[in-house]
Ligand binder design. Structure first.
Ligand code: G3H
Length: 251
């Protein structure tokens, strides 16, 4: 049984005070039947972890090395030290603006699992790839390369997020049919790699202009186990609504 998840990705938003206000506002208002997560900027993670009770906390990126001369980077050792549980890896913004390759993402996943950090691995096609019929090829390549040589001990600890790049921050949500079709396809690729039993236990999230008004419909689909939400996760009331709706439709 896959536990539904609603993860907010705050990206480069929120000061320490704003984050603390958010945590105080959502605590006590989140459903226990799903995993409610916020992935915050690294500099405020410790402040959030300190105040979070039912809310779970994740980072947005991680270097694949444990320490060394990598100016500006955050290591898995540092993330463990802040006691975060999750880390987003391979977000399309990291791939596009910081040249993260599938190979690098693969190294990060291995390192995260070595340090018992739960990776939320993002994959997704750009508009041109969708329009030229390459979506399946792109998703397959991203998934196969990301998980090359990865051993999954506990499927509950590895999350995949399908985020069509054309739907991120654009207000253009994928239709439920498009989102479900891609998530189902990804589960099939995961079954080829890890076997059906493991693939059936892995959580697959949808991300891309998810909001309180569409989370219910998207999460009613059989292969969509939750959401990775950017813009609509920034306000406490919207985050609570996302989580409570997600819990209701998956009850
Ligand atoms: O990680 C989250 C995604 O990039 C989605 O962002 P969005 O909900 O603002 O479209």
């Amino acid at each position: 049984m896959r536990k539904p998840m609603l993860a907010g990705n705050w990206k480069m938003n929120k000061t320490r005070d704003e984050a603390i206000q958010f945590v105080l506002a959502v605590e006590g208002n989140l459903p226990a039947s799903i995993d409610c997560v916020v992935c915050a900027p690294a500099i405020i993670l410790r402040d959030i972890v300190k105040r979070a009770e039912t809310l779970k906390v994740g980072a947005q990126n991680m270097n694949e090395n444990e320490s060394g001369a990598y100016t500006g980077e955050i290591s898995p050792v540092m993330l463990k030290d802040t006691q975060v549980e999750y880390v987003i890896l391979g977000h399309s913004e990291r791939r596009a603006y910081y040249n993260e390759t599938n190979e690098k993402i693969n190294a990060k996943i291995k390192k995260a699992l070595e340090f018992e950090l739960k990776p939320i691995v993002c994959v997704g096609e750009v508009l041109e790839e969708r329009e030229t019929g390459k979506t399946y090829d792109v998703l397959k390549e991203q998934v196969v390369k990301a998980f090359d040589g990865v051993t999954i001990k506990n499927p509950a600890d590895v999350i995949i997020a399908y985020e069509p790049v054309w739907a991120i921050g654009t207000g253009k949500t994928a239709t439920t049919e498009v989102a479900e079709d891609a998530c189902k396809f990804i589960r099939g690729v995961l079954a080829d790699i890890f076997g059906k039993a493991v693939a059936d236990e892995l959580r697959i999230l949808y991300g891309g202009s998810m909001k309180p008004s569409n989370v219910g419909e998207l999460m009613s689909e059989p292969d969509i186990d939750g959401g990775l939400v950017g813009g609509a996760s920034l306000k406490a009331d919207s985050f609570i609504e996302l989580c409570t709706t997600a819990a209701k439709v998956t009850a």
